[in-house]
Design a binder for this molecule. Structure first.
Ligand code: KG4
Ligand code: ZN
Length: 374
């Protein structure tokens, strides 16, 4: 197999990710530009802005990845790009750059499924898991449990019937007034939360299968926010005020007695404290369901290796709970490096390299994207 150096291009959503992966020397370099700041003021990703920003950043990022790796364009043996699923315009930028470059270099291209990239990303770390394993894929768009017997051999064990886990984090975060994407911010806010003050539902926890449901959570969070926190109101001086409602369901003296318990908080938690408490409850609910279903998947398959991939895999509470409970069953949990949890080019270059070891490379330079791809 003469394909050794693979250029990977990720552009499915709001991150432009580039990487150079060598089949013998491993990951040589990767570069990334995140558009989070660009979309921030809109509270979500604006597809057209995303496409234009990929156009701006892709080539400079390719140049700097080559420089970091000490390689020339002409060293590239194949180009892997995210073919889907994702935003069609954003995907087309990566695909057209990949195909145009590959055409001029006379090298093959390979379209990679974005989720396969996430799924295989823990294999970039050491120690790497060995096949077969169970994968928990938790991103902004997907929540799936899969049995993985090898590259391309995936059996879906269960998935979310509605919102993804990342979406549940993001929507709860938004209701608590945090910026988009709010997963990591909610997790940070939750650290200051009072354990046990609020308990949110864990839908489908005992459904008897490996499916998830998270859409009810945002409704429950919304109800709590409306019950416990006044809607923010702007003051004439441009600042914003909130106030905690002495609402039904809120009991004075709810905080555990004991040392360090703040006297004023015990009577009237500040809105800020209430927000942290709701964040705490939301994170607990999401993590609890993910951990329980992942354990059930290990039990059902009889496997003892769990691989966690996707942006929510960066969540520290999820990591510590999974480590503890899988460890108790003599299992091991594998995670991608934190920087490869969220979208990146390394996972696309790597998945492309794995695929190229299995299939004959194509010189197909049609801009072929699959915004929806099972
Ligand atoms: O995999 P990813 O980068 O993009 C998709 O392919 O969807 O995942 C992004 C998701 C977002 O929903 C984001 O809020 C969530 O991952 N996320 C987190 C954390 N870091 C990222 N959720 C919870 N805790 C985190 N630390
Ligand atoms: Zn992703």
């Amino acid at each position: 197999n003469i394909v050794k150096l693979i250029l990977g291009i990720e552009s499915s959503c709001d991150e432009t990710g580039i990487a150079l992966y060598h089949t013998e020397r491993g990951l040589l370099a990767h570069t990334l530009h995140s558009q989070i700041a660009l979309h921030n003021e809109y509270g979500g990703v604006v597809p057209e802005l995303a496409s234009r920003d990929h156009v701006r950043h892709a080539l400079p990022l390719i140049r700097s990845a080559l420089q970091k790796a000490g390689c020339a364009l002409s060293d590239i043996d194949a180009i892997a790009y995210t073919q889907g699923p994702g935003l069609s315009g954003a995907l087309l930028v990566g695909s057209s750059i990949a195909c145009a470059l590959a055409y001029t270099l006379d090298v093959p291209t390979i379209g990679v499924h974005h989720l396969e990239g996430h799924l295989l990303s823990p294999l970039l770390s050491r120690p790497a898991p060995e096949f077969p394993f169970v994968a928990l894929l938790v991103s902004g768009g997907h929540t799936q449990l899969m049995r993985v017997d090898g590259v391309g051999h995936y059996t879906l064990l269960g998935e979310s019937v509605d919102d993804a886990a990342g979406e549940a984090f993001d929507k709860s975060a938004k209701l608590l007034g945090l910026d988009y994407p709010g997963g990591a911010l909610l997790s940070k806010l939750a650290q200051r939360g009072t354990p046990g003050r609020f308990k949110l539902p864990r839908p489908m926890l005992h459904s008897g299968n490996l499916d998830f449901s998270f859409s009810g959570l945002k409704t429950a969070v919304l109800t709590l926010v409306n019950q416990q926190i006044d809607i923010p109101h702007p003051n004439p001086d441009g600042t914003t005020s909130h106030s905690t409602k002495p609402a039904s369901g809120q009991v004075a003296g709810y905080l555990p007695e004991g040392e360090g318990a703040n006297e004023s908080l015990r009577e009237f938690p500040t809105p800020e404290q209430t927000r942290a408490d709701i964040a705490h409850a939301a994170q607990e609910a999401i993590v609890d369901v993910l951990v329980n279903k992942a354990l059930a998947a290990l039990k059902q398959t009889g496997l003892n290796q769990l691989v966690v991939a996707g942006g929510v895999g960066a969540n520290q509470l999820l990591r510590s709970r999974l480590n503890a409970s899988v460890g108790k069953h003599d299992g091991n949990v594998f995670y991608p490096e934190l920087e490869f949890c969220t979208d990146n080019g390394a996972m696309i270059a790597f998945a492309g390299a794995m695929r190229l070891q299995q299939q004959v490379a194509q010189r197909d330079y049609r801009f072929n994207v699959k915004p929806r791809w099972d």
